[in-house]
Design a protein around this ligand. Structure first.
Ligand SMILES: Cc1cc2nc3c(=O)[nH]c(=O)nc-3n(C[C@H](O)[C@H](O)[C@H](O)COP(=O)(O)OP(=O)(O)OC[C@H]3O[C@@H](n4cnc5c(N)ncnc54)[C@H](O)[C@@H]3O)c2cc1C
Ligand code: FES
Length: 502
C-alpha cells in the first residue's frame, strides 16, 4: 500500500525487512513481457519467464512488494479457504481436484525457488489444522471427505492441534503445508530476476495500457513501454471491468509476543470471518501472528476495535500470548466461486494476462497464476487454463454469490449518506470526515499539523461516496473497494484517477 506519512499501519514483514526500490522509468523502452505490479504475482511471473529465457520488465509505482504482498500473513496451504466441498459444488469434482493439486504444486514451486536461489526467507514445511469456531455451521466431516476425493489422502481428524496452551478441540490435520517471510522471499526473486537480465522500475505509475497486436503501457511520467505481452499483476487488474466479480475486503492482523515458544503450525478456524494463525521467529523469539475480523472495504471504520477483538481472542485462546507488538490491515478480493482469476484477459486480448481474486490464498494463487501464464506465453498447454480462466461462467456459485453482487451494486443509494460534519472546524488534527456543502460532498482531512486537505468525496470509479478509514488514514470506497490517500491519490483500484480537487 502506498503510504501517507500520516497513518498507514506497518506489517511485521515491513518492520523486519526494508522494502527495496529501483529507479523510475525515464525513457521509452521495448521489452518482450511487461509486468505491471511488483508483488508476489508480478515478481513470480517475471522470475519464471526469465527462467524461460524471456526478456522482462517489471514496473510498480511503489517499492517492491509494497502493495498487499507486504501485508500478508504468508500461510502457504492447499486447505482451500472456501472449503474443498464447496469448490466441488461450484466447479465439479475433477476441477476441484485440479485446483487442490495446483495449490500443492504452488507450495512445491516456492520451495523449489527458495532452494534453487538459496533464498534465506525462513521457508518451513509444517502442518496445518482446521478447527471449529464457537459459532460455526461448517462441517469438518464433509471437508474431510472432499479432501480425500481431491487427492489429499493424508488429511485426517485428530483430537487436537499439538500446540501447548491452546485447545483446538477435534480438528482436521493437513500435512505438508508451508510458511515463509514474504519480503525476504521477494528480495531473493528480485536478485534472481536482475541476474537473469530482467529490468525493474519503481516509482512508475501506469496510467493505461493497450492490448492488440503490439501492446503498449503508458506511464504517468511520460515514457511508454512496448511489449509483446502485458501481465496485469496490480492486484485489481488495471482498467478491467471485473469489479462486480471481485468484492473487496479489509482484513486485520496482529503480532503478539509469546512467553514460551509454540510448535510451528498453521491454524485456521471455521468462523466467518475466520481466524488464521501462525508463528514467526524474530531475533530468536517467537511472534504469534493472528489474522481475522474482515469486513467489506469502506463499510466499517472501527479498525482499532477490530485489533482489540483479535488481541482479546488471542489472549483467551493462547495461554502464552504476551504483549501486542504489531498490527496492520490489508485488502483481499473474494471471487464468486472460491478460485482466483488467472490467465488470459479475454479471447479478444490474447496478449494480455492477469492475476487477481486471491480469495484469501494470494500467495499460492499468485504462484499458480505465474506458472500458468508462463506456460501460456510459451504456448505450452496447461490443464489449469479453463479452471482459473478469467472468462469462466459462474453456474451454481452465482446463486450464493448474489448477496455479494447485490452489496456491490446497491450502495449507490445506500452510501449516499448525509454529511458527517457541518464545517471543517469540527475536525481534530489527524481526523477525516465527509462534509456536505449544498449538493456537493467533500472528503476533508486535517493533518497532524492542522492543514486541511479537501477533495471531492465522489469515488472516481463509479461515483459512490468514499468513507474515512481512520486507522490507515485513507478514503475507502464502500462499493468496489477503491482506496485513496488523504491527498486523493489512488491506493487500490478499480479507480484509476485521483479524487478531484474541490
Ligand atoms: C492481512 C492479510 C493476510 C493475508 N494472508 C494470506 C495468507 O496467509 N496466505 C495467502 O496465500 N494469502 C494471504 N493474503 C493475500 C495475499 O497477501 C495477497 O493476495 C497477495 O499478496 C497479492 O499479491 P499481488 O502481487 O497480486 O498484489 P500486490 O502485492 O498488491 O501487488 C500489486 C502491485 O501493483 C502495484 N500497482 C497497482 N496499480 C499500479 C499502477 N497503476 N501502476 C504501477 N503499479 C501499480 C502496487 O503498487 C503493488 O505493488 C493476505 C492478505 C492480507 C491483506
Ligand atoms: S470503487 Fe466503484 S464506485 Fe468506488
Amino acid at each position: 500500500m502506498k503510504k501517507s506519512d500520516e497513518g498507514a499501519t506497518t506489517s511485521f514483514w515491513e518492520a523486519t525487512e526494508q522494502l527495496r526500490e529501483f529507479q523510475a522509468l525515464d525513457s521509452d523502452i521495448e521489452t518482450e513481457v511487461c509486468l505491471i505490479g511488483a508483488g508476489i504475482a508480478g515478481l513470480t511471473t517475471a522470475y519464471l519467464l526469465c527462467r524461460d529465457g524471456r526478456n522482462v520488465t517489471v514496473v510498480d509505482d511503489g517499492p517492491i512488494g509494497g502493495g498487499e504482498t507486504c501485508r500478508t500473513t504468508a500461510h502457504l496451504t492447499n486447505a482451500i479457504d472456501d472449503r474443498i466441498y464447496r469448490i466441488e459444488k461450484w466447479h465439479g469434482e475433477e476441477n476441484a481436484k485440479l485446483a487442490v493439486a495446483a495449490h500443492t504444486s504452488a507450495i512445491d514451486q516456492i520451495e523449489q525457488i527458495v532452494s534453487d536461489e538459496d533464498i534465506e526467507c525462513d521457508f518451513t514445511r509444517l502442518e496445518g489444522y482446521l478447527f471449529e469456531a464457537e459459532e460455526s455451521e461448517d462441517d469438518l466431516g464433509d471437508e474431510l471427505k472432499a479432501a480425500h476425493r481431491s487427492g489429499l489422502k493424508n488429511v485426517e481428524f485428530v483430537d487436537g492441534a499439538p500446540v501447548n496452551g491452546f485447545e483446538s478441540g477435534r480438528c482436521l490435520r493437513f500435512p505438508n503445508q508451508g510458511q515463509f517471510h514474504i519480503t525476504k522471499y521477494l528480495g531473493g526473486l528480485v536478485d534472481a530476476i536482475e541476474r537473469m537480465g530482467g529490468k525493474l522500475f519503481s516509482d512508475t505509475h501506469v496510467t493505461g495500457w493497450e492490448g492488440g497486436e503490439s501492446p503498449k503501457v503508458e506511464t504517468a511520467n511520460g515514457p511508454t513501454i512496448s511489449a509483446k505481452q502485458i501481465v496485469l499483476a496490480t492486484n485489481y487488474p488495471l482498467q478491467s471491468r471485473m469489479f462486480a466479480q471481485l468484492p473487496a475486503y479489509r482484513t486485520y492482523a496482529i503480532g503478539v509476543e509469546l512467553s514460551k515458544p509454540l510448535e510451528p503450525v498453521l491454524l485456521w478456524d471455521t468462523g466467518d470471518p475466520y481466524h488464521y494463525i501462525r508463528t514467526q521467529q524474530e531475533n530468536g523469539k517467537q511472534i504469534l501472528i493472528v489474522g481475522g475480523e474482515d469486513h467489506r472495504t469502506g463499510q466499517a471504520n472501527d479498525g482499532e476495535q477490530r485489533f482489540q477483538r483479535l488481541y482479546s481472542w488471542t489472549k483467551k485462546k493462547f495461554a502464552n500470548a504476551g504483549e501486542l507488538k504489531y498490527k496492520w490491515s490489508g485488502q483481499c478480493f473474494e471471487t464468486h466461486d472460491g478460485l482466483a482469476f488467472l490467465g488470459r484477459y479475454s479471447a479478444s486480448e490474447p496478449n494480455v494476462f492477469l492475476i487477481t481474486g486471491d480469495s484469501g490464498m494470494g500467495m499460492t494463487h499468485c504462484t499458480i497464476g505465474a506458472m500458468l501464464i508462463t506456460d501460456l506465453i510459451a504456448g505450452r498447454a496447461n490443464q489449469l487454463e479453463e479452471v482459473f480462466s478469467p472468462s469462466r461462467i459462474a453456474t451454481q456459485s452465482i446463486k450464493e454469490a448474489v448477496p455479494e453482487v447485490i452489496s456491490s451494486t446497491v450502495p449507490y443509494k445506500e452510501w449516499v449518506t448525509p454529511g458527517e460534519i457541518g464545517s471543517e472546524s469540527e475536525l481534530k488534527n489527524g481526523e477525516g470526515a465527509i462534509l456536505r456543502d449544498g449538493l456537493s460532498k467533500y472528503a476533508v482531512y486535517k493533518d497532524k499539523s492542522g492543514r486541511v486537505i479537501k477533495r471531492s468525496a465522489v469515488c472516481t470509479h463509479l461515483g459512490c461516496i468514499v468513507q474515512f478509514n481512520s486507522m490507515e488514514k485513507t478514503w475507502d470506497c464502500p462499493c468496489h473497494g477503491s482506496r485513496f490517500s488523504v491527498d486523493g491519490e489512488v491506493i487500490n483500484s478499480p479507480a484509476i484517477s485521483p479524487l478531484a480537487d474541490e
